[in-house]
Each structure stands twice: as structure tokens, then as C-alpha cells.
Design a binder for this molecule. Structure first.
Ligand code: ATP
Length: 355
């Protein structure tokens, strides 16, 4: 049956029809014999918080530098807001970059650091000061204008670097591991703050990180990089719950992989399957539809709120199960080692991966 054309025609404001903030097509970059980026096609929507996640050397920073214009691609196209900027210099692109090492001028005050870009662009003194103070207020540093960078904490310095980029009012902000130098607690605080600032000002953020937790916490969508190309693009829930490859299943979170004889014995089918450690329960009565597997606990590691059990399955594979310590204490954990156990999980939590 023919569909009604009217229903097939998307409304003009559907995201698919909006010009993306960034479009990369067939992007490649080689440095001599090193193929850093081996074919990236990607669209990032206006106002998106987009993360590029992947191990060291997978090409994330190179893609960021290609967007910024610090590198020229070996082949392919970079578009910003629909315009081909592939051959344009960095200052001719409506983007700003925040680096991990802040790159603040140590001899200048905070407000002078923030104003600097505007001064170079010959913006008048008064407007400069107003915009710099407004940018400092956005990053919650009003009142810190006259300090020197050395009189600030790491998190505050990072926020000055952010204000210095925001003061230029770019359409796109590129962030290269901006929280990499901070300790874990501050890093987690800044993750929430960055996300809040991005929501408040509504510009596109492209965020490079190798920390999967960080990417899952902050992003609207994530591209997972592996060896110079993108393995998967999706929302945090898609990438975590429906990994498209063994690499993604393993890199984003921890995954247990079942394949070959172990898969056939436990799941009744051959192939490659992933199960997240937190989906596996130890002992207890299986419910209809549960998968079960017997084995021996070879290690149990107490980590405060959770315990991590390593179980050698009778069918051959070794899996990790993560349990919340609702009742368990660190002393109980010792006694679990080298005991027999039946693992169970819901069949729908078994993710089939491409072979
Ligand atoms: P990291 O998380 O460590 O920053 P990354 O995923 O950002 O890694 P890139 O910095 O993009 O990776 O590097 C990708 C590959 O390109 C690596 O093998 C790297 O050594 C190489 N590379 C990057 N820049 C250059 C350069 N200027 N000259 C030669 N090789 C380079």
C-alpha cells in the first residue's frame, strides 16, 4: 500500500533537515607513514554535547585539530554550519579550543587573560571588560578577575581557560581532555559544571576524552574511536546497552564476552555475546527466562559500595560479576573465595555482537 505523502514529509524543523554544526566527510589524515585518521564520516548537530571517546592513539585529537584547522586533512571535507572550511585557517573558523594544559598567561590577571582574544581583535576597552566579566560570571568566577593564575586552584584555572574561549562567542567549542589534569573528585564536579554551562549557553561542545565514565556522564552522543576510525556513534545508553562490536563492549564499561563452546553450552547458540558485570546475580532462585551458569569464585574484591567477583565457569569462560554490598561487609567477601556458585542473568541482557 502506498503511504500518504504528507505523512512521509518531515516538518521543516526536524533535526534531520537542520544544517549540522559540523559535518566531516571521508576525512583522512596521515603523518608520513602513520595513518592517524583513516576515514571519518560524522555529523554533529547544533547545540549538541558530543564526545569523541577512544584509547590513546585512536585519532581523537587529530580529528579535533582538523575541525579547528590546526591540521590539513590528507583527504576529505570539514564543514561548519554548512560551509566548507577545509582550507580555511583556524582564525577564519567559528570555533574555539580549550586545551588540557590551560595555556594561560601567568603574568596576566584572570580578566586580562580572558580579554586577550578580544584585544587582539581590536574590540574596544569597555566592551572587552564587560564581555570578559560576563564570561567569568558564566563559569562562576565573578570576583576572581584580579587574581593571577598562580593564585587559583586547578579547577578554577580550567574555568578561566573556558571563559577565555567563551568570551569569543564561538558557535562551536572544542575541548581536548580539558579535565585531564584534575584529581578525580574535582574532575567529577567539573564534569557536571561543564555540562550545566553548555546547557545554559546552548553552543555545540565537542569533547575529547579517553575516560568512558566521563563520556557517558556528559554527552548527548558519543563517537567511539578505534585505530583512526569510528566504531560506533550513539547516545550513552545506546553505546553502553547496545555496543555494535566487541571493541565497544569492552572499551565502554567492562564486558564479559562469551563465544565458542562456552556460548553454545550456556546460551544454546554459537556466536559472540557480551554481558555487563552488573547484570549478573550470584546465587538465588532463577526466574523464568533467566540464563544460568555454574562455576567457582576465583577472586572477590571488596570496593566499598560494591564487590567484584571473578568466576571461572564450568563451561570454560571466566566472567566478572559486580554486586552491590547491600548486606555484605569486607570480612564476608574473604569467605566467598573458592566456593561454588550459580550465576544468573536475564536473557535480554545478553548482547549479541557481530562475529
Ligand atoms: P591521546 O588520547 O593519547 O591524545 P588520540 O586518540 O587523541 O590519543 P592522536 O593524538 O589523534 O590520538 O594520534 C593518532 C595517531 O597519530 C597516533 O599514532 C599518533 O602518534 C599519531 N600522530 C599524531 N600527531 C602526529 C604528528 N604531528 N606527527 C606524527 N604522528 C602523529
Amino acid at each position: 500500500m502506498l503511504k500518504t505523502p504528507a505523512l512521509d514529509t518531515p516538518a521543516l524543523d526536524t533535526p534531520a533537515l537542520k544544517t549540522p554544526a559540523i559535518r566531516l566527510a571521508g576525512l583522512r589524515k596521515s603523518f608520513g607513514s602513520v595513518d592517524a585518521v583513516t576515514g571519518v564520516d560524522l555529523e554533529i548537530a547544533d547545540g549538541e554535547f558530543f564526545s569523541m571517546l577512544g584509547p590513546s592513539g585512536s585519532g581523537k585529537t587529530t580529528v579535533l585539530r582538523l575541525i579547528a584547522g590546526f591540521e590539513l586533512p590528507t583527504s576529505g571535507v570539514v564543514e561548519l554550519a554548512g560551509a566548507d572550511v577545509t582550507r580555511r585557517a583556524p582564525f577564519e573558523r567559528d570555533v574555539n579550543t580549550v586545551f588540557q594544559d590551560y595555556a594561560l598567561f601567568p603574568h596576566m590577571t584572570v580578566v586580562d587573560n580572558v580579554e586577550y582574544g578580544l584585544k587582539v581583535r581590536k574590540v574596544g576597552r569597555r566592551e572587552r571588560r564587560e564581555r570578559a566579566e560576563a564570561a567569568l560570571a558564566t563559569v562562576r568566577l565573578a570576583g576572581y578577575s584580579h587574581r593571577k593564575p598562580s593564585q587559583l586552584s586547578g579547577g578554577q584555572r580550567q574555568r578561566v581557560a573556558l571563559a577565555r574561549a567563551l568570551v569569543n562567542e564561538p558557535k562551536v567549542l572544542l575541548l581536548d581532555e580539558p579535565l585531564g589534569a584534575l584529581d578525580l573528585k574535582l574532575r567529577e564536579e567539573m564534569q557536571l559544571e561543564l555540562k550545566q554551562i553548555q546547557r545554559q549557553i546552548g553552543i555545540t561542545f565537542v569533547f575529547v576524552t579517553h575516560d568512558q565514565q566521563e563520556a557517558l556522564t556528559m554527552s548527548d552522543r558519543i563517537a567511539v574511536f578505534n585505530a583512526g576510525r569510528i566504531e560506533q556513534v550513539g547516545t550513552p545508553a545506546e553505546v553502553y546497552d547496545q555496543p555494535g562490536s566487541a571493541f565497544v563492549a569492552d572499551f565502554v564499561g567492562t564486558s564479559n564476552l562469551l563465544r565458542g563452546d562456552a556460548a553454545t553450552a550456556i546460551l544454546g547458540e554459537d556466536g559472540c555475546f557480551a554481558i555487563r558485570p552488573e547484570k549478573i546475580a550470584l546465587g538465588g532462585e532463577p526466574e523464568p527466562g533467566d540464563v544460568t551458569a555454574t562455576g567457582r569464585i576465583v577472586d572477590a574484591v571488596y570496593a566499598g559500595s560494591t564487590t567484584r567477583f571473578v568466576v571461572q565457569l564450568d563451561a570454560g569462560a571466566r566472567v566478572v560479576a559486580l554486586q552491590q554490598n547491600l548486606q555484605t561487609s569486607s570480612l564476608d567477601v574473604q569467605s566467598y573465595r573458592d566456593t561454588s556458585v550459580t550465576l544468573r542473568w536475564r536473557r535480554e541482557h545478553t548482547i549479541r555482537l557481530p562475529a
